[in-house]
Design a protein around this ligand. Structure first.
Ligand SMILES: C[S@@+](CC[C@H](N)C(=O)[O-])C[C@H]1O[C@@H](n2cnc3c(N)ncnc32)[C@H](O)[C@@H]1O
Length: 272
């Protein structure tokens, strides 16, 4: 079954086809002032403080415009944009931190995190060329990285018996975890929760995780959001006494072009 992300129906991202059958689209955003602890204040010739104004910026992303359900990471989903806005709105949380993103898809959220964070570990399952696609997208947007090569791409499969030694080593220093739109299939949700538990266990520095998702409703005789409800149920069963989850307000500024619909939810996960 072929699926298509809603975002491509709502906005024109000036997509251009390329030879491998993918498209390259332009995701416009207003860059807010970037807070850098170590950056000295700048003064002009008249000795007035130079204030950074909002700038119109573009992240260019190679992706598919539709895919099989098993390859949805080759498209972009609304949760990624909610998380992008959250990162740019709460830079103090990410400034100088080591960030790990789960199920990164095409890599847009890791690219946004790399504007602010010290280092980003961008991860996904290695199927359908996702990791190579991420690497191409990092190259297209390398000018946004806070420091040269501050993003690493790693395979992280929720179901793998063992993660690579390189990833295991890097995980030890992770401060914040991110994930967008990774709740869409019960088995994957189960694997995701087990991976979240593993990450909190392996990194002593990991204090919080932010997870965006879109509640997708099913209308029968009742109105249900089955994937969301299943996630909440499984999460409370599997992490009882270890982790807690709460919904965050989503009234922070919108920097990217997408529909900030009321079904978009942002969770904060912390240790008990
Ligand atoms: C709907 S996409 C979301 C992609 C991106 N975060 C976004 O919001 O645009 C779901 C992501 O979960 C990833 N995923 C699925 N199964 C996985 C697994 N077993 N381990 C790790 N990631 C997985 C997919 O490859 C995909 O990137």
């Amino acid at each position: 079954m072929e699926v298509k992300s809603e975002i491509f129906r709502e906005y024109d991202y000036s997509s251009v086809s390329i030879t491998n059958g993918n498209v390259i689209s332009k995701y416009r955003f207003n860059m807010p002032t970037i807070e850098r602890d170590e950056k000295p204040l700048e003064y002009d010739n008249e000795n007035d403080l130079v204030v950074q104004r909002k700038r119109n910026e573009i992240i260019e992303i190679e992706h598919k415009k539709s895919s099989k359900l098993s390859e949805v990471g080759l498209q972009l989903w609304r949760g990624a944009f909610l998380l992008n806005d959250f990162i740019l709105s709460t830079q103090h949380l990410f400034n100088d931190k080591i960030v790990l993103e789960l199920g990164s898809g095409v890599g847009i959220t890791s690219i946004v995190a790399s504007i602010v964070a010290k280092k980003v570990l961008c991860t996904d399952i290695n199927i359908a060329g996702i990791l190579d696609l991420i690497k191409r997208n990092l190259k297209l947007n390398s000018h946004y990285q806070r420091t040269k090569n501050n993003i690493e791409v790693h395979e992280l499969d929720f179901f793998a018996e063992k993660w690579s030694d390189q990833l295991e080593l890097a995980i030890k220093d992770v401060d914040i975890c991110l994930a967008a739109d990774v709740i869409y299939e019960n088995d994957i949700t189960n694997g995701l929760i087990k991976s979240i538990l593993k990450l909190f266990n392996k990194s002593k520095k990991l204090k919080e995780m932010y997870m965006a998702l879109e509640k997708r409703y099913v209308f029968t005789d009742k109105v249900l959001a089955p994937m969301y409800e299943c996630f909440i149920r499984m999460f409370s069963q599997q992490t009882a006494g270890i982790l807690k989850i709460s919904e965050c307000p989503t009234d922070f500024p919108q920097y990217f072009e997408y529909d900030r619909c009321k079904e978009l939810v942002l969770f904060r996960i912390t240790k008990i």
